[in-house]
Structure formats: structure tokens, C-alpha cells
Design a protein around this ligand. Structure first.
Ligand code: AMP
Length: 172
């Protein structure tokens, strides 16, 4: 994990002043770090019978795809509004300024699925809480929540449902 940490790049004041942005492009471009990420993420869910990994647009698509591949599960994108071509369901959520919307295909998840929801970084938790509600409404057997990085000072876990099992590879 120290190796992964050494590859994470902090960008000060991005995208706005006061934010320290955890840039994972420097992790993903490093073959050894990418391999470790795939392995370590999948070890969390090896014996859980996971059938689908839902990745949140857009940085969650990278780790989510690797995790799905490692587990032999399918990959499902949760996307910004208007991007998915077929019948979708949507969830609105509050952002710092105004609201945002996340969408998923209505037929992407079913009652037999065991799902891991994945994003790269847990900050305030608003995005993941919305994605959880969306997936929950499709009634899968079980939902796990997963991040590569958790920013504990922002207490994002408090925004996530109590009954969800939340795992992060690296906690700052
Ligand atoms: P959240 O506040 O948990 O809803 O985060 C919203 C989205 O922005 C997540 O998908 C994160 O990937 C991203 N994000 C928020 N804060 C940071 C940060 N400091 N560094 C990197 N990504 C961030």
C-alpha cells in the first residue's frame, strides 16, 4: 500500500481553491501500481459471490472495470444525465452548489445480483449515497461499497447507509 500511496499525486487548489485533489492518474499509469490496485481491490470480495461491479462516472470506471474483470463479474456504468442510451432510472443529489443527477440503465441490475459499488475517492459521500439509492431501488441481493481512497476528515461515511459494508484501500 505504501507503493500505491507513493504514486498518488496531490494537486493543490483543484478544481477550486482550498481543495487538495487526489490525482490517481499517476497510479493508473504505473503498471505495478495498477496491478496492485486490481489485486488488492479484488481480495476484498473474493468469496462474496459478486456478480456486478457498478463504476461511477468517470474515475470510477477505471478501478471498477479492473475489479469486475478480476472477480469474473460484469461491469455497469452509473453515468451523468443523458449519457446512457437505453431506459434509465435517475437519482438527484445535493452538491456544494445546486444539485446533480446520476443515472443507470433500468435493466442493468436484478434481484439475483450481488453488487459492488465503486468510486475512486470518498469525499463528502454525496455521490455514492445517490448511487446506492439508485442501485438499491433495483433490489439486488446485496450491495457493497468500495473506494480506492477515503478522505476521512470529510466524514463521507456518515452520508452512506448504515447497513452497507464500506471498504477503502487507503484512508487519509
Ligand atoms: P463526494 O463529495 O464524495 O460526493 O465526491 C464527489 C466526486 O468527486 C467523487 O466521485 C470523487 O471521485 C471526487 N472527489 C471529491 N473530492 C475529491 C478529492 N479531494 N480528490 C479527488 N477526487 C475527489
Amino acid at each position: 500500500m505504501e507503493y500505491i500511496k507513493s504514486r498518488v499525486r496531490d494537486i493543490i487548489d483543484f478544481p477550486t481553491k482550498g481543495i487538495v485533489f487526489k490525482d490517481l492518474t499517476t497510479v493508473f499509469k504505473d503498471p505495478r501500481a495498477l496491478h496492485i490496485i486490481g489485486w488488492d481491490l479484488s481480495q476484498l470480495y473474493r468469496d462474496k459471490g459478486v456478480t456486478k461491479v457498478v463504476g461511477i462516472e468517470s474515475r470510477g470506471f477505471i478501478g471498477g472495470s479492473i475489479l469486475a474483470f478480476e472477480l469474473g463479474a460484469g461491469f455497469v456504468p452509473a453515468r451523468k444525465p443523458g449519457k446512457l442510451p437505453a431506459d434509465t432510472i435517475r437519482q438527484e443529489y445535493a452538491k456544494e452548489y445546486g444539485t446533480d443527477v446520476i443515472e443507470i440503465h433500468r435493466d442493468a441490475i436484478g434481484p439475483d445480483d450481488i453488487v459492488v459499488l465503486h468510486d475512486d475517492v470518498l469525499a463528502t459521500g454525496g455521490t455514492m449515497a445517490a448511487a446506492y439509492k439508485l442501485v438499491k431501488s433495483l433490489n439486488p441481493k446485496k450491495i457493497y461499497i468500495n473506494f480506492i481512497i477515503e478522505l476521512s476528515a470529510l466524514n463521507g461515511r456518515a452520508a452512506l447507509p448504515n447497513d452497507a459494508e464500506v471498504s477503502s484501500l487507503i484512508v487519509y
